[in-house]
Design a protein around this ligand. Sequence first.
Ligand code: ATP
Ligand code: MG
Length: 393
Amino acid sequence: MEIREIPGGVAALCARLRSAGREAYPVGGCVRDLLLGRTPGDWDVTTSARPEEVMALFERTVPTGIKHGTVTVLTGAGGVEVTTFRAEGGYADGRHPDAVTFGGDLAGDLSRRDFTINAMALGPDGAVIDPFGGRADLKAGLIRCVGEPERRFGEDALRMLRAVRFSAQLDFAIEGATAEALRKSAGLTARLSAERVRAELEKTLLAPWPERGEGLFAWGLLAAFAGPEARPGLTALHRVPARPLERWAALCALLLDGGSIPGAEGFLKALRLDGRTVRACAAGAELFKAMPQTAAGWRRALAERGEDACAAAASMGDALTGGAYTQGLRDMLEEGGCRSVRALALSGGDLLAMGYHGADIGAAQRRLLDHVLDHPEDNRPERLKELLKRNEG
Ligand code: ATP
Ligand code: MG
């Protein structure tokens, strides 16, 4: 099989390196995606040229990971990561190679990649270079380590989380020996930084087959964060919009429901989630305990707790009860309407002109908002004036 649909910028980049006497191959995820008939998200090229040579050959380059041999070359097709063939040492800490040395070859470079489906390159003639049976595994729908799985997970524990993530993105099974090694080596994930675990978990939660992520718990890859007993059923995530806040909230609800975590806030903070998501999920969990049951109730919740907290609560509700909370909330938001003092049909200036002063203005506005949340149709200047008069009379 030959592949010809490489963007011009990537083809020109490879041609330039080759005319300088170096080898250059599109490699990894982009080859996998082309074979799957998908448009690659980004392009990686592996080359025999050293990073300084790459920087000298192209006009616009960024030394994005120069220590590891990666230079980003800016082309008409966007940034392309160009990485020198590696011939690296051991991985004493299970995270970073002890030393990176250049001067390897394509075969060595491919043998150091994580999975067979990610260990293919494209030759100058468009032929797929596939020494580990990546195409066969793409056809069979399998995630399989290149080489001996236990050793590869020992070198880099992140690969275990990547295995599950790719299986959720592609709806692939994890091949037997690779799965067995996952079970044995799961404890090594405790060495990983929380940020890297979070990034892989988030990609898994957002993937088209998030239920494949159940393996993260079954194999104990997240034991450090959710305990060894957590077994949330992730099929429920399909009921929730595929956006980070909503999916994190749903995961929290599933773990809380199973008694695996004491609270959303601690779980998310341990995973170094951003403050906005942590606050929204914590407030959402509170709101979820007394879920609004009416449109007026949701308007009040939106006014008091904000959109993020309501989105989190709605996602929690949908994950656990299969209700239509997220849809209802979206309809309500599209409807617009008054949910803050700023959106009242009478402004502070209007109230001043009516003779209100100082603290009385704020108090009147809060009274009006309280009324309008239950009666949105009353948010008209005349009607609000009438209400104020009645209130004073
Ligand atoms: P995505 O679509 O998510 O970008 P990808 O396969 O391109 O998928 P990247 O993380 O961008 O994934 O990595 C690019 C390539 O580098 C992979 O296809 C794989 O060949 C190799 N790779 C990345 N991370 C590792 C790792 N931890 N161990 C071994 N090889 C890796
Ligand atoms: Mg990539």
